[in-house]
Design a protein around this ligand. Structure first.
Ligand SMILES: *Cc1c(COP(=O)(O)O)cnc(C)c1O
Length: 399
């Protein structure tokens, strides 16, 4: 049977060139980078080089602005908690958006329980934050704004550079969760005017279990993990040398091949979107038609359950996702789709297909070939489709 992976927003396979770079550090180059002996010093140098590579790839001024972490989630937690604790004397308000990944959203909610004032700005129908709403939400108590660069479910790209400029003028710290954009589209911390930026290696063909947080020089951060003096006393724990080497290699490869991958993948994405919109009835595209990640396609099939679609595609060897990987398995519809004003029924019918650098046109054609029979079969079994089939008045999205 065919095996077609269309879930690159959840994770990506390790690039063989990255794997090759990693292997020595799982084998003979195993030393603890904090050790004084030459074995240790060699690995200390390797981490130093990887830090410089990553700093360079995202346009950071200095390598010391990069802190290695254990995941994108940890980077998000570290940014929010680290700033909240360090700047508590300045104020207690944190502002975020309604469509953040749970690593940001749930951390903000936890901080709210601990006494911080949380303001959540809305998004429009396409899932985009209006910078004016954000500026209007600022008070003299605001210590941090956190808005994701691109959304993991619907792929919409936020106006981070515009927001960053407005916040820099007002001297407000700004964090962006760039886990979906680093390695997929150009990301430069200077052009975006961000103070903190999260990334994760396994989203750009690097290994799992390693991420990084960019923290602009001069920005204070209280650590999340105490212990040894690693990462300039900002994140204790013996470094994941192999992971760090893999992340640096993966990011330099991703950026050197960025243009060609963006062009090819977004053309395939548009081909899929056009065919879905023209080939099916009662189907809606979620998220902005153009301001979206090169590989992201998110659809709602009205009168259908996203989960049933996903399971039926799985039977055909196609890996997709309904909502986000983190929310699938729960019966709650995605908070992202609900924040975009999409009603519960339609949010339940959503399906995310995320393309990657190995995705081919043949694979998309196979998907387009098997999808009609699945949709027809499921609709034949759907009581709502066969009885009322009335248009939902609360969510009239672009088609
Ligand atoms: C995947 C993802 C994360 C979490 O990264 P992990 O390394 O899996 O913890 C955070 N934010 C966004 C937008 C993501 O897509």
């Amino acid at each position: 049977m065919k095996r077609i992976y269309l879930d690159h927003a959840a994770t990506t396979p390790v690039d063989p060139r990255v794997l090759e770079a990693i292997l020595p550090y799982l084998g003979e180059h195993f030393a603890n980078p904090s050790s004084i002996h030459s074995f240790g010093r060699e690995n200390r140098k390797v981490i130093k080089d990887a830090r410089a590579v990553i700093a360079g790839e995202i346009g950071a001024a200095e390598p010391s602005e990069i802190i290695f972490t254990g995941s994108g989630s940890e980077s998000d937690n570290m940014a929010l908690r680290g700033i909240a604790a360090a700047y508590r004397n300045r104020g207690n308000q944190i502002i975020t958006s309604a469509i953040e990944h749970h690593a940001v959203y749930d951390t903000c909610k936890a901080l709210e329980k601990e006494g911080f004032e949380l303001t959540i700005v809305p998004v429009n129908r396409e899932g985009i934050v209006n910078p004016d709403d954000l500026i209007n939400a600022l008070t003299n108590r605001t210590i941090l704004v956190s808005i994701m660069h691109a959304n993991n479910e619907v792929g919409t790209i936020q106006p981070i550079a515009t927001i960053g400029k407005l916040l820099r003028e007002r001297n407000i710290l700004f964090h962006t969760d760039a886990v979906q954009t680093v390695g997929s589209i150009p990301v430069n911390v200077k052009e975006l005017s961000v103070d903190l930026l999260s990334m994760s290696a396994h989203k750009f063909y690097g290994p799992k279990g390693v991420g990084a947080l960019y923290v602009r020089k001069g920005v204070k951060l209280v650590p999340l993990i105490y212990g040894g003096g690693q990462e300039h006393n900002r994140r204790a724990g013996t470094e994941n040398v192999a992971g760090i080497v893999g992340m640096a290699k993966a990011l330099s490869l991703a950026n050197s091949e960025l243009e060609q991958n963006m062009t090819r993948i977004s053309a395939l994405r548009d081909y899929l979107i056009d065919n879905l919109l023209s080939g099916f009835e009662h189907v809606r595209l979620n998220g902005d038609r153009n301001r979206r990640l090169p590989g992201n396609v998110n659809f709602s099939f009205e009168f259908l359950e996203g989960e049933s679609l996903l399971l039926n595609l799985d039977l055909k060897g196609i890996a997709a996702s309904s909502g986000s990987a983190c929310t699938s398995g729960s019966l709650e519809p995605s908070h992202v789709l609900l924040a975009m004003g999409i009603c519960h029924e339609i949010a339940h019918g959503s399906l995310r297909l995320t393309l990657g650098k190995s995705t081919t046109k043949e694979e998309i054609d196979y998907l387009l070939e098997v999808l009609p029979e699945i949709v027809t079969k499921l609709r034949a079994m759907s009581p709502i489709y066969n009885s009322e089939r009335k248009e939902c008045s609360t969510c009239t999205l672009t088609r």
